[in-house]
Design a protein around this ligand. Structure first.
Ligand code: ADP
Ligand code: MG
Length: 603
């Protein structure tokens, strides 16, 4: 069976190179545009969503059409940002891997112009450039465009947004009349239509999919939270997705920097990408992200425009973009090359209207999602750990020598006990961390009212549900619990509600009117030498608002909220002493947190 790229007219050398990149068959835009572009006789306009393979759509035909025995520039690709410029140059270089003497140069600001000039001097057929630096080099008369045969305007809409119109005019005026111009864009606003008219004669126009719409493989979700809970909600969403590999969009450079710094401080693998960084810093960040040593890239719209990193699982709109159009570009960083992805917007109740506007632009509905509860996160993290244990690669030759001693140590434990203990090592940390986690969901219609903060409390009917940090692993039973309550309070065991003993923790219910008494009775208690911790559960079953113990819940919620607010900057948490002394918190990346209270206080 012939490779479909061969059938489109791409030669074996190139097909072999792209096969190594995993390109087995052309994407729709490639299939439609390659034959047209290979003829080399048309101007061309290609409109397709991001992530549909536009680089190869123009790159492969370019490689076919260029004469690599000649050592002068024959093709010029203009694109809006340095990152994109590097990426396109790198893609083209990979496609051209087996073509002798193929030379691609990336020309962009913020890096040494001398190096770029030297590369140009050595001979080059394809120049990939951002407009500013290109003009600079043209101004120095350091490049000869008199034999340019193809000009590609990639991400044309964004180049116009960024005000490159005049630069593009000037650059193109140095290229020959009879060159062919290929324009690629994700959207076709009227300005793009205008330049298409201006630069092209009777272009072959190709539109893939519905214009302006987002990628069908992206799911869109929004979360409504109060402005002051935004960071906490964001972190909880991240923690609920232990394998997240995401790009987080902020509105300003300052916000980008702040969020990245807060995340780093909280033990996440995150860094920022924005225009105030030096080129070197930006390259470093991008390299770490591509290599996945970063899990979260916090970026501005401009800096992340067009970035192509595979397998981005989530795009998070920490702030919605000012321009609705930018939402498509942001979400297009995920679900690339046929994969699926999630685009999340964390908004306040006043921004719901904006979501509706975006829905109209992308032609798709958002799903309203709930910020996960602390327990949801714990469960998710627990199973993530379990899967990790299951899938871990065992280094037999190294571990073997220790096995007899380990077996000896565990000789008296059943398989089940052993599993419980392994799972608990990590699970306990998350329980500890999230035990007081408040509900962070705000409602759409109510604007930041005091009431909805406490919409989910531990009060269920006439009962209050309590959490205790003891479970079957600790040898803790219903009898122990009832015995303790009867011995230390005047409460009858019969009035205690449902008791649910789990592995490393338990839940139980007491009458609302008893809850303060029970809670207090457990203060400073120990069980088999372990300090006992008891909390009002944040679970959400059949809760009703009001009731006797609501004042109690409110107090808890209030403390917590104050902690949230002051926590991030000033670093004070009322719960600190009760929970200090932990040996370190393991974050999702496996890095040990030295100061758990530091991280906790942000909730
Ligand atoms: P666009 O410019 O349309 O946003 P890109 O050209 O950056 O998209 O391509 C998106 C991703 O899809 C890249 O990672 C690219 O390597 C991959 N890709 C492109 N064409 C193919 C193909 N035919 N098969 C598999 N992957 C592809
Ligand atoms: Mg592209």
């Amino acid at each position: 069976m012939n490779n479909p790229f061969i059938e489109l007219g791409i030669r074996h050398d190139i097909v072999n190179a792209i096969s190594e990149l995993g390109f087995e068959k052309p994407t729709p835009i490639q299939e439609a545009s390659i034959p047209v572009l290979l003829s080399g006789s048309n101007d061309f306009v290609g409109l397709a969503q991001t992530g549909t393979g536009k680089t190869a759509a123009f790159g492969l035909p370019l490689l076919e059409l260029i004469d690599f025995e000649e050592n002068h520039p024959q093709a010029l690709v203009l694109c809006p940002t340095r990152e994109l410029c590097l990426q396109i140059a790198s893609d083209l270089t990979k496609f051209a891997k087996n073509i002798p003497n193929a030379k691609v140069v990336a020309v962009y600001g913020g890096a040494s112009i001398m190096d770029q000039l030297r590369s140009i001097k050595r001979g080059v057929q394809i120049v990939v450039a951002t407009p500013g630096r290109m003009l600079d080099i043209i101004g120095r008369k350091a490049i000869d465009f008199s034999d340019i045969r193809y000009v590609v305007l990639d991400e044309a809409d964004e180049m116009l947004n960024m005000g490159f119109q005049d630069d593009i005019d000037e650059i193109l005026s140095t290229t020959p009349e009879e060159k062919k111009t290929w324009l690629f864009s994700a959207t076709m606003p009227s300005e793009v239509r205008r330049i298409a008219k201006k630069y092209m004669t009777d272009p072959h126009e190709l539109t893939m999919g519905k214009q302006n719409t987002g990628n069908a493989n992206i799911e869109h979700e929004y979360y409504i939270v109060r402005a002051r809970d935004k960071y906490a909600a964001f972190k909880r969403i991240v923690d609920f997705n232990p394998d997240i590999f995401g790009i987080v969009f902020c509105r300003t450079k300052i916000e980008t920097q702040e969020i990245a710094e807060a995340l780093i401080k909280d033990g996440y693998n995150a860094d920022s990408l924005h225009g105030d960084l030096s080129q070197q810093q930006r390259d470093k960040v991008m390299k770490r992200y591509r290599e996945r040593s970063l899990q979260l890239l916090i970026a501005t719209d401009v800096a992340a425009r067009g970035i192509d990193v595979n397998d981005v699982t989530h795009v998070i709109n920490y702030s919605l973009p000012d321009e609705i159009e930018n939402y498509t570009h942001r979400s297009g960083r995920t679900a690339r090359a046929g994969k699926t992805g999630v685009s999340i917007a964390i908004i306040n109740s006043k921004e719901v209207g904006k979501i509706r506007q975006i829905e109209r632009v992308i032609g798709k509905q958002f799903i309203k999602a709930e910020v996960p509860t602390g327990f949801d996160v714990c469960e998710k993290q627990l199973f993530s750990i379990i899967h990790k244990v299951h899938n871990v690669t065992v280094n037999d030759s190294q571990i073997e020598q220790y096995i007899p001693r380990i077996m000896d140590e565990f000789a008296d434990l059943s398989k089940e006990d052993l599993i419980k203990r392994f799972a608990s090592i990590e699970f306990n940390r998350f329980l500890e961390y999230y035990k007081n986690a408040p509900d962070l969901n705000a409602t759409e219609d109510r604007r930041d009212g005091a009431g909805d903060r406490f919409a989910r409390t531990g009060t269920r009917g006439d009962f209050t549900r309590l959490f205790i940090n003891l479970g079957s692993v600790d040898g803790f039973s219903r009898g122990d619990l009832l015995g303790y309550i009867c011995n230390t309070t005047k409460i009858s065991g019969r009035t205690v509600g449902k008791i649910d003993v789990k592995g490393v923790y338990s839940f139980f219910e007491v009458q609302n009117s008893d809850s303060d008494q029970v809670f207090n009775s457990f203060q400073n208690a120990e069980f088999k030498g372990r300090p006992v911790r008891i909390e009002i559960s944040g679970e959400t079953r059949n809760e009703t608002r009001g009731g006797a113990s609501n004042s109690y819940n409110r107090r808890e919620g209030g403390n917590r909220r104050d902690g949230d607010r002051s926590g991030r900057r000033e670093g004070g948490s009322g719960n600190r002493d009760r929970n200090s002394g932990g040996g370190g918190f393991r974050d999702f990346s496996g890095k040990r947190r030295e100061d758990r209270t530091e991280r906790r206080k942000n909730y």
